[in-house]
Design a protein around this ligand. Structure first.
Ligand SMILES: Cc1cc2nc3c(=O)[nH]c(=O)nc-3n(C[C@H](O)[C@H](O)[C@H](O)COP(=O)(O)OP(=O)(O)OC[C@H]3O[C@@H](n4cnc5c(N)ncnc54)[C@H](O)[C@@H]3O)c2cc1C
Length: 295
């Protein structure tokens, strides 16, 4: 199918984008980043905007920068640029590892970091990674700028807390605390397919007990889920096999309404969520132990 007719503009500045948004009903407008999710929706006429604003020429949204706090990534930065970034590999190997799990090279060449966050696909890697890394997302509109913690950003299926007239401009990812361990795992039918279920975690070990664990899954529910109760259960405990099994079971039980589709039943997704949470916690604990001993 071909898209329903729409007007197309490609401003070169963010102020130009905001000006055009101000001149139109934002509900009739779609922003386009890499187009990897939007174009199929337009082609299938599931989305019928009157106007598409292409962000592709807004050069100041395409960057990866190191700051005192960590790393800032412009919303229009491609996944390929993240994959090719030595800064990301060094500072955020978890983000790097999740990036190469996304789709195939052509998808990563065009698809952007901001596009994946704004798309909020429940099976997408980046929202879960944003949750465990404690990312903040920055959005601008004619009303000004606001900074949104990842914990508040992802609302439900393909829905974020962004207002129709807001443009996501950058993603701020704080540096992991020294001696942190991290892990990322997903199960997909073939490499490059959307994950059936994935999990990611970070934690530290101090005096033999777990400090500040963060655990998230994707592909299981209507959005990436963080497991605060399971994190509390693990905090201050030794990362023993028994403890990790208990935490993983609690996380799996906490999924309220697991997704069910042609790829996997709800029960299978819940089971897999528990298995993967257990695996990422073990792997993160090994990395944290190695980092503590300098191994
Ligand atoms: C075959 C295939 C396989 C894929 N596999 C995966 C996968 O395994 N994992 C995965 O995570 N993704 C996967 N994707 C999706 C891909 O990662 C997309 O690139 C991503 O979902 C959207 O990024 P985009 O830059 O293409 O955004 P677009 O498609 O251009 O936009 C997506 C949505 O975000 C909005 N948006 C974009 N930028 C902004 C902004 N700056 N501010 C506000 N709103 C904005 C748009 O209006 C639109 O609603 C796959 C896609 C395909 C076609």
């Amino acid at each position: 199918m071909k898209p329903a007719p729409f007007e197309y503009v490609a401003p070169s500045t963010i102020s130009g984008v905001l000006e055009i948004l101000g001149q139109n009903d934002p509900d009739e407008v779609k922003l386009m980043a890499g187009g990897q999710s939007l174009m199929p929706l337009l082609n299938m006429r599931l989305s019928r905007p009157a106007l598409v604003i292409d962000l592709g020429k807004v050069a100041d949204l395409d960057f990866i920068r190191e700051t005192d706090e960590g790393v800032v990534i412009g919303a229009m930065t491609s996944k390929r640029a993240v994959e090719d970034s030595e800064l990301i590999l060094r500072e955020h190997p978890l983000l790097w590892e999740s990036t190469v799990a996304i789709g195939h090279p052509p998808i990563r060449n065009r698809g952007t970091v901001g596009g994946s966050m704004a798309q909020a696909d429940p099976a997408s890697e980046y929202p879960a990674v944003a949750l465990v890394l404690g990312a903040e997302l920055v959005a601008v509109s004619a009303r000004g700028e606001r900074t949104i913690p990842a914990d508040d950003f992802f609302v439900t299926f393909l829905t974020t807390c962004l207002e129709p007239d807001e443009v996501l401009t950058e993603i701020r990812i704080p540096r992991l605390a020294p001696r942190s361990g991290w892990a990322f795992q997903e199960v997909a039918r073939r490499h490059g397919d959307f994950a059936i279920v994935g999990a990611t975690a970070t934690l530290r070990l101090e005096a033999g007990v777990v400090v500040d664990p963060r655990i998230a899954v994707f592909g299981v529910a209507d959005r990436a889920l963080r497991f605060s109760a399971a994190e509390s259960l693990l905090t201050g405990q030794a990362a023993s096999d028994e403890m990790i099994d208990e935490v993983a079971s609690q996380a799996a039980a906490a999924v309220e309404d697991p997704l069910e589709d042609a790829h996997a039943s709800a029960d299978y997704r819940r089971h897999l969520a528990g298995v993967l949470v257990g695996r990422v916690l073990r792997e993160a604990a090994v990395r944290a132990a190695e980092a503590s001993t300098g191994a």
